[in-house]
Design a protein around this ligand. Structure first.
Ligand code: PLP
Length: 443
C-alpha cells in the first residue's frame, strides 16, 4: 500500500501559509498526493511514482502535459520582446480571436478572460443586460465556476437537495459561504434532461438565461437525451431568455467546433477555457455579435464591463494560438487519435466488467470517460446519487492509483485521455484495471 509520506509532509508545510495547504480546494484529494512533473500522458508524484494520467489538470491538458509545440511557441516568444503593455489592442489578441472564430464557426465574436469562471460570469451578466431580467437557471450536477450565481449543486447530498420531483424547484445547495441570500433567490437549479422544470421556472420568474454544460462533465459524463438541447433552444426562444452553453470542459475536447458543432444546437453565448490553451490559463466568452455587442453599447446603462490586467496575456495568447493551430492541423489528426483511444478504452473496460456479475456503465464522449457502478446510462445527478455505488467507485480509483493509473480519487469524476496518450497507455491501463477489478470482485 502506497502511503505518500513526502506528500503529507508537503501538505503540512503548506498548511502553515495557505489555508488547507492547497490553493484550489477542489484539488484537495484523499489520498493526498503531490505531483511534481508531467510530460505527455504521464505524471510523477514527489515520492517518484509514475502514473498514466487521466486527470489532465481537470481536463485542461488535452494535448498532454507540456506539449512541445505549445511550450516551444511560448519559449520562443519569451526572447521575442513579448510584453504585457496594458494599453491599446494587440495583434496577438486579434489573431487569436480570428483563429478561434474560424475554429468555432457558430461564434461570431469573442472576449478573453483568464479563467473559465470569469467567462461564465460575463455570460450571465450579458444575459441580464440583454433581457433586463435577473433570474438564472442552472443544472443540478453542473459546475460553471466559483461565483455567486453558479457556485452550487455539483455533488450534493440528497438530504440537502431532496428527491427529484418534476416539474420542480430545487434548493441552491451552496458550495460557498458568503453568497447573499438575495442572490441565491435569483438562481433556479433544475435537473438536467428535464424540460418541464425549465418551463415551470420560466412561467414563474423573469429568466435571463439558462446556463449549462451541454454534457454534464463534472459528475462523469451525463449526456443529453434526444431532443433535450433542441428543447432548451426552443424554450429559451419562446421565453426571450438566452441559452448559454458552458463549454469550458466540452469545448475543443470533443471537436474543434465545440460540442455545439456535434449536437448542432447553437447557443446565444458560449464559454470556453481549459483545453483552449492546453492548460495555460485562459477563458473565452463568445457568441452572436448582437449579444457580444453589449460589451461596447453606446448607452452606458446598457454596457457590460469587461476588464482584466491579464486578459489576453501575450504568453497565454501564444499558447492558445499554438494549441488551436495544432488541434486544427490535418497533420496531427488530433480528434481521430483521441477518439480511437477512447473507443479502445471503452471497449476494453466493458469487456472487463462484463466478466463479473456487478452493475457498471462505461460512459464516454470522445476522449472523456467515466465508469459508473450502476446498470444504466445516467440521465441526471439524482439518478447517479440514487444508483451509483460510491463506496466501490472510491475503492476502484484508489486501487488503480496504487497500480500507477491516476484518475481523481473522488467517485464520478470524469477521466480525460489526451493526444499524448498512446495505444500502449490504454492497454496498460486495461491490464491494470483487470487486475484491480478481479481483486475487488473476486469471481
Ligand atoms: C464546465 C466548467 N465551467 C467553468 C469552470 C470554471 O473554470 P475555471 O476553473 O477556469 O475558473 C469549470 C472548471 O472546472 C468547468 O468544468
Amino acid at each position: 500500500m502506497n502511503t505518500w509520506p513526502k506528500s503529507l509532509e508537503l501538505l503540512k508545510k503548506n498548511e502553515k501559509w495557505i489555508p488547507g495547504g492547497v490553493v484550489s480546494l477542489n484539488r484537495k484529494s484523499d489520498p493526498n498526493i503531490c505531483f511534481s512533473k508531467g510530460i505527455g500522458s504521464k505524471v510523477w508524484d514527489i515520492e517518484g511514482n509514475e502514473y498514466i494520467d487521466y486527470q489532465a489538470g481537470f481536463a485542461a491538458a488535452f494535448l498532454g502535459h507540456n506539449d512541445p509545440d505549445v511550450n516551444n511557441a511560448v519559449k520562443e516568444s519569451l526572447d521575442n520582446n513579448t510584453i504585457l503593455m496594458g494599453a491599446g489592442p494587440t495583434d496577438l489578441e486579434g489573431q487569436l480571436a480570428e483563429l478561434f472564430c474560424q475554429c468555432v464557426p457558430t461564434i461570431e465574436q469573442i472576449q478573453l478572460t483568464t479563467t473559465g469562471s470569469e467567462a461564465t460570469y460575463h455570460a450571465i451578466r450579458i444575459a441580464r443586460a440583454v433581457t433586463k431580467r435577473d433570474h438564472v437557471i442552472i443544472m443540478q450536477g453542473g459546475y460553471n465556476g466559483w461565483h455567486n450565481d453558479v457556485a452550487g449543486n455539483v455533488i450534493s447530498n440528497l438530504s440537502d437537495i431532496g428527491a427529484r420531483v418534476s416539474p420542480g424547484e430545487y434548493p441552491f445547495d451552496s458550495l460557498s459561504a458568503g453568497i447573499p441570500q438575495s442572490h441565491k433567490s435569483l438562481v433556479h437549479v433544475v435537473n438536467y434532461n428535464d424540460l418541464d422544470s425549465i418551463s415551470y421556472v420560466m412561467k414563474r420568474y423573469p429568466v435571463a438565461c439558462i446556463i449549462l454544460e451541454p454534457i454534464l462533465q463534472n459528475i462523469g459524463i451525463v449526456k443529453p437525451l434526444p431532443g433535450y438541447l433542441e428543447g432548451l433552444r426552443k424554450l429559451a426562444d419562446e421565453d426571450g431568455s438566452l441559452l448559454v452553453f458552458d463549454e469550458v470542459k466540452t469545448g475543443f475536447r470533443h471537436a474543434l467546433g465545440g460540442y455545439q458543432s456535434i449536437c448542432e444546437v447553437t447557443p446565444d453565448l458560449s464559454t470556453f477555457g481549459k483545453a483552449v490553451a492546453n492548460g495555460y490559463p485562459m477563458g473565452v466568452i463568445g457568441g452572436k455579435k448582437k449579444f457580444m455587442d453589449y460589451f461596447v453599447r453606446p448607452e452606458k446603462s446598457e454596457r457590460v464591463l469587461i476588464a482584466g490586467t491579464f486578459n489576453a496575456h501575450p504568453l497565454i495568447s501564444i499558447a492558445a494560438i499554438a494549441t488551436l493551430q495544432k488541434l486544427a492541423s490535418p497533420k496531427h489528426k488530433v480528434y481521430e487519435h483521441v477518439n480511437k483511444l477512447g473507443e479502445r478504452l471503452e471497449q476494453g473496460l466493458t469487456e472487463i466488467f462484463n466478466r463479473y456479475d456487478s452493475p457498471f456503465y462505461v460512459a464516454r464522449e470522445g476522449s472523456a470517460f467515466c465508469v459508473y457502478f450502476m446498470d444504466h446510462a445516467p440521465v441526471d445527478f439524482h439518478d447517479i446519487a440514487m444508483n451509483n455505488n460510491f463506496a466501490f467507485d472510491k475503492e476502484y480509483r484508489l486501487k488503480l492509483i496504487e497500480k500507477g493509473i491516476f484518475n481523481f480519487p473522488l467517485p464520478i469524476k470524469q477521466g480525460s485521455i489526451s493526444f499524448a496518450h498512446s495505444i500502449r497507455d490504454i492497454d496498460e491501463t486495461l491490464e491494470k484495471t483487470q487486475s484491480v477489478v478481479s481483486d475487488l470482485l473476486k469471481n
